[in-house]
Design a binder for this molecule. Structure first.
Ligand code: PEP
Length: 254
């Protein structure tokens, strides 16, 4: 049985003080929900402070990006060895990084390899554009991103993949639970083809794109959806707690 995982991607939001207040507002409630893995991905500058605030709880931390070298002349970048002291997870290949920072599948692949080598669990994001979706190229696009992102990577259940259709991110237009499950099943098959059935069954696959407390149930009840990567709604303590709580209670009837 795969443990459900709900991760909050705060993106480029919250100054340090705001980040601390947000964590204080939800730490106790999140900690009390124990059959869901809960991961907060704040901006880099808040990781150390939040690490202190969640010490001794069941909440984990993730970064939103990293570079694939340990150190050196890479002005402005953050390395895996800086992150391993602070967090367990790292989001890689988010569509906003592909779109605004020109990240390619090749670059993302280097980051995935390096994250795993360094002991960080990658949350590899894949997703098709509205045009790909409307022209029936979702499967082709997703399979290409999975194969390229995992090229040369040894099978591991430490990997998490988030299916995030670009047209659903931050738009308020989420996919339906059925749509998400169909594409996520394709991702599981792609992982099985590339690696093996057993590992593919163990890898957690998340849905992301306009998830809120009002629609999380629709995704979580689906057989291949193991959780969610939540953007906007993770910036509201009540919303995020409700998403985790519903995931916890629905897990038992999956
Ligand atoms: C995301 O940033 O990964 C995301 C899914 O955002 P939102 O939930 O706001 O659509």
């Amino acid at each position: 049985m795969r443990k459900p995982l709900i991760s909050g991607n705060w993106k480029m939001n919250t100054k340090l003080e705001e980040a601390e207040s947000l964590v204080r507002a939800m730490v106790a409630e999140l900690d009390s929900i124990d059959n869901v893995e809960k991961v907060l991905c704040p901006p880099f500058i808040s990781l150390a402070a939040i690490k202190e605030l969640i010490k001794g709880t069941s909440i984990e931390l993730g970064a939103q990006n990293m570079y694939f070298e340990d150190k050196g002349a890479y002005t402005g970048e953050i390395s895996p060895i800086m992150l391993t002291d602070l967090c367990d997870f790292v989001i890689l290949g988010h569509s906003e990084r592909r779109q605004y920072f020109a990240e390619t599948d090749e670059l993302i692949n280097k980051k995935v390899k390096k994250a795993l080598e360094s002991g960080l669990k990658p949350i590899l994001c894949v997703g098709e554009s509205l045009e790909d979706n409307e022209t029936g190229r979702t499967e082709q696009k997703i399979t290409r991103q999975v194969n390229a992102g995992l090229a040369g990577v040894s099978p591991t259940s430490q990997l998490v993949i988030a299916y995030e259709p670009i047209w659903a991110i931050g738009t308020g237009k989420a996919a339906t639970g059925k749509q998400a499950n169909t594409t996520i099943s394709l991702i599981r098959s792609a992982v099985a083809n590339l690696w093996d059935e057993k590992t593919a069954e163990a890898v957690r696959l998340l849905y992301g794109g306009s998830v809120t407390s009002s629609n999380i149930a629709e995704f979580i009840i689906e057989s291949d959806v193991d959780g969610a990567l939540v953007g906007g709604a993770s910036l509201k303590a009540d919303e995020f707690v409700s998403i985790v709580r519903q995931t916890s209670s629905l897990k038992s009837i999956r």
